[in-house]
Design a protein around this ligand. Structure first.
Ligand code: PRP
Length: 220
């Protein structure tokens, strides 16, 4: 980007976006009206602040846009940050939104006689193969991961795997699919993320936005 171009703030689609909107407002950023129009196919939006534009992308892609410097700022869960572990991303503010956990779950009937301490090899359906492998390797368990993008909860019942690793919030999706949580791998909240090179190039402007978001999160 050049000095006259706006900063790009990458926001995740879906439920985090709803929680992020009041925070954005407190940080002094109001998206243009088209942003709230569900029929709109636009993905990039102006805001009430000329130096900030917003893009709306999938949660995993927020980290990718910011890591490669295509967006200077973003909102991403620490689940996404742990999965990618991009060195180019700095995550200075826990925004306190998107609270949930990343957990291992299995069919209720299986868990009755199951002891996670005795696992040596497991097959897991997940969007998070790196976190899953790291988590289990640390205690000598080999995790064979099958990558799915969603609807993970179907996989054990249909015989794709024995277990899943996925986000759990209310627990309703697990319950509806007759699964139970057997381990929590990480607690998750959303963070303000910043591209490190952009922070070095524009320390005052980006630093001011980091402080605006910090104040907005603290005011919640
Ligand atoms: C997430 C997650 C679970 C569900 C858990 O999916 O992957 O399926 O929410 O929430 P609960 O514990 O409150 O039921 P989401 O609905 O965000 O859609 P996704 O599968 O597209 O990620």
């Amino acid at each position: 980007m050049t000095a006259n171009e706006p900063f790009i703030l990458a926001l995740p689609k879906g439920r985090i976006l709803k929680e992020a909107m009041p925070l954005l407002k407190r940080a002094g950023i109001e998206p243009e009206p088209d942003f709230s129009n569900e029929d709109s196919r636009a993905l990039r939006f102006k805001t009430s602040v000329p130096e900030i534009e917003i893009i709306r992308v999938r949660s995993f892609d927020v980290a990718t846009f910011v890591a490669f410097g295509a967006a200077q700022l973003g909102i991403a869960g620490n689940d996404v940050l742990l999965e990618f572990d991009y060195p180019e991303i700095y995550a200075p503010v826990d925004l306190g939104i998107g609270k949930c956990r990343l957990s291992v779950a299995e069919p209720a009937e299986m868990s009755e006689k199951d002891d996670p301490a005795r696992w040596s090899h497991i097959r897991v359906a997940t969007k998070y193969p790196h976190i899953t492998q790291r988590h289990f390797a640390a205690r000598g368990v080999q995790a064979e991961c099958i990558k799915l993008q969603g609807a993970m909860e179907l996989a054990p019942t249909l015989g794709l795997c024995g277990r899943i690793v996925d986000l759990v919030s209310s627990g309703a999706t697990l319950k509806a699919n007759n699964l139970v949580e057997v381990e929590t791998i990480a607690t998750v909240t959303s963070r303000l993320i910043v591209n490190r090179a952009a922070m070095k190039t524009y320390p005052h402007q980006i630093g001011d936005w980091v402080e605006n978001f910090r104040a907005a999160a603290e005011a919640a």
